[in-house]
Design a protein around this ligand. Structure first.
Ligand code: HMG
Ligand code: MG
Length: 299
């Protein structure tokens, strides 16, 4: 009993490009986002209001938002790690924000510069303030299926963090397999723990990385439990600058090829995404990792 419809949450312009050594100018990132919108994507992450020293690739996210029509039925979430980020996002006209919390101490320090307790409290505060102000908030959890420093992660930690984010007003929780070590059985166990704790499956999204080639298999395991929101990145661009072992995100066109084949509707045109990835590949001056993109273009 798979879902009949899936929301594809596009992260190439943020999670993807933050990991590239070449920083694309804001206008090129805005073009990428417009192309993705043209392909039918309706949730397209546009950037981050974070420290430009930590993530220089996202430094001028405000200029990206300035190029977009923020009232056009497409949401353009931006990452906001603290109150300053939220204030800047609001001033730029953002309607959607995402907070991000680690479920491990080590990655909290590597990614957010402080211990778990402090960074979690800070992010919960941002989510609460954003939703009070009428914005939509998404909550990311990182290192849900394993951490390069700490190893396996207790699913109960994930349940607790997800419940905290929902209580702070987040409308969905994205479970990050940040380093791509998850396998389908593990995904099922963690999802079942969340569902058993009373978290509605509609509030759960899965954020996979294809480091070990498991991303699509993990999506399929999640579909079987009713999950209907998946993060993906055009061309599979991505990684994580603060977790060296992470490689690319699941490619959007690979996800779409599987969903199309399963008869699950997304409203997104796989061919248009593949063409956008080819364009992005030229902008970055390097080949991208999507098998579907390569197959479509070589037809
Ligand atoms: P910190 O050093 O603990 O905090 O950083 P701070 O308050 O001491 O600030 C340090 C500097 O950043 C200061 O500048 C601040 O002004 C500035 P300086 O005085 O050194 O010139 N600063 C800011 N600048 C712009 N916008 C802001 C802001 N806040 C402080 N909002 C902080 C803490 C969180 C700010 C920092 O560590 C940071 O920005 N980290 C970036 C984290 C990030 O973007 N990570 C990537 C996204 S998460 C991810 O990719 C995982 C995900 O995809 C899911 C998955 O796969 O798991 C979501
Ligand atoms: Mg990621």
């Amino acid at each position: 009993n798979l879902p009949t419809q899936v929301k594809v949450y596009e992260v190439s312009a943020r999670d993807g490009l933050q990991a590239e050594s070449l920083t694309l100018p804001a206008e090129v990132r805005a073009q990428l986002i417009s192309r993705l919108g043209g392909a039918g994507l309706r949730s397209i992450e546009a950037g981050s209001f974070v420290s430009p020293k930590a993530v220089p690739q996202m430094a001028d996210t405000r200029a990206v938002l300035d190029e977009l029509d923020l009232g056009a039925g497409i949401s353009y979430p931006v990452l906001t790690p603290n109150r300053r980020g939220l204030d800047d996002a609001m001033a730029a006209g953002a309607k959607d924000i995402a907070v991000f919390v680690s479920v491990t101490e080590s990655f909290s320090r590597a990614n957010l510069g402080d211990g778990l307790e402090v960074t979690t409290a800070r992010n919960l505060d941002v989510a609460t303030a954003a939703t009070k102000a009428g914005m939509r908030a998404r909550g990311y959890l990182s290192m849900v299926f394993g951490d390069p420093w700490e190893g396996p992660v207790d699913p109960q930690r994930v349940v607790t963090a997800a419940q905290q984010l929902l209580a702070a007003g987040c409308s969905s929780i994205s479970l990050g397999d940040t380093i791509g070590t998850a396998t389908p059985g593990h995904v099922s166990v963690v999802l079942q723990a969340l569902i058993d704790s009373g978290i509605p499956v509609e509030a759960i999204a899965l954020h996979t990385h294809n480091t070990y080639g498991q991303a699509l298999a993990n999506v399929y395991a999640a579909l079987q439990l009713g999950v209907s929101e998946f993060d993906a990145s055009a061309g599979g661009v991505g990684g994580c600058p603060f977790a060296g072992s992470a490689t690319g995100n699941l490619a959007t066109e690979d996800l779409l090829w599987m969903l199309d084949g399963l008869g699950i509707s997304t409203g997104v045109d796989v061919r248009a995404v593949a063409e956008t990835s080819q364009w992005l590949s030229q902008q970055l001056g390097k080949p991208l990792a999507s098998a579907t993109s390569a197959a479509i273009v070589n037809q």
